[in-house]
Design a protein around this ligand. Structure first.
Ligand code: FPP
Length: 285
């Protein structure tokens, strides 16, 4: 990448890495499971909430960097439906931090022309948080740049169920329930992300090899990138490393991913394979 966006100006660590990026292969939709705030705090002898507080700056840096690199959508997993099981004080701190982030970052989101949306079952959130969300969504609605999705009180399974139920409800209303055939398009069209391409890169921090009920339908073909780095330490350079790794991947979507068709198999090989398949089928009966 020859001309680097503004966000790299004062960040020497990431400048050099960013110059290695292929501007034509920036991921279109990046999803991030921000994990490791608690461990980050624990390692420093601090309360868990200190880890969450330290997790706000990487959110800011990732949003700014993705927006300036031309990423179309960034989806951040900020609060899962399972997170309600945490101590009340921790949950309250997460709401406070979210309100603080939305208020503090609004000018910056607008500067980068970011459109903010919150995905999840929002009716369960405290009223003050919902008000702040509504305000920020409204204030960024007319922007034309990157879409920033914050997944809050989110569950991938619940999202799929809601989508299926919406299709069924519509068919009932139209009197077409008897002949209803669910297909992938109708479910995709009823997800929170119906107007966006599926994520092509899913990043998870803190080394855990799990998808934790995040965008289950949408990540079917996403490239996974797991780093040991804990979320509060995930800086711009770390994000660029994930992008560079993504740019090395060969994406095949279940096919062979070949630019030219494979050479024909030498005569006899497929016959041998057929015989082998038949023999195995007979002996395993
Ligand atoms: C996971 O770390 C992180 C969360 C449950 C919350 C994510 C919240 C932030 C990054 C702070 C602010 C967010 C926004 C959008 C302003 P964990 O607590 O599960 O860490 P652990 O696995 O080490 O305990």
């Amino acid at each position: 990448m020859k001309v680097l966006p503004d966000c790299f100006k004062n960040d020497l660590d990431s400048q050099e890495l960013a110059s290695l990026l292929d501007p034509h292969r920036i991921p279109t939709h990046v999803a991030i499971i921000m994990d490791g705030n608690g461990r980050w705090a624990n390692r420093r002898g601090l309360p868990r909430i200190a880890g969450h507080r330290a997790g706000v700056n990487p959110v800011r840096d990732c949003v700014e960097t993705c927006a300036q690199l031309g990423v179309e959508a960034l989806t951040l997993y900020a609060f899962s439906v399972e997170n309600w099981k945490r101590p009340r004080a921790e949950v309250d701190t997460l709401w406070r931090l979210l309100r603080f982030y939305l208020r503090r970052e609004l000018p910056e989101l607008n500067k980068n022309s970011v459109v903010l949306r919150v995905l999840g079952r929002l009716e369960a959130l405290p009223a003050k948080v919902r008000e702040e969300i509504d305000y920020a969504e409204e204030r960024t609605r007319r922007n034309r740049g990157m879409r920033l999705n914050l997944a809050i009180n989110y569950s991938g399974r619940a999202e799929i169920l809601d989508a299926v139920n919406a299709v069924i409800a519509r068919a009932r209303l139209n009197g077409t329930l008897d002949s209803l055939q669910l297909d992938e398009e109708s479910i995709t069209a009823n997800l929170y992300t119906s107007d966006l391409p599926d994520p092509d890169l899913l990043i998870r921090t803190s080394g855990e090899m799990r998808v934790s009920n995040f965008l289950l339908w949408q990540i079917a073909y996403a490239e996974l990138y797991v780093t040991e780095t804990l979320w509060p330490d995930f800086n711009r350079a770390e994000l660029i490393r994930a992008f560079l790794d993504f740019q090395k991947r060969e994406r095949r979507f279940g096919g062979l991913g070949l630019k030219t068709p494979p050479p024909p198999e030498p005569a006899g090989v497929s016959l041998e394979a057929d015989e082998w398949i038949e023999e195995t089928a007979v002996s395993s009966k």
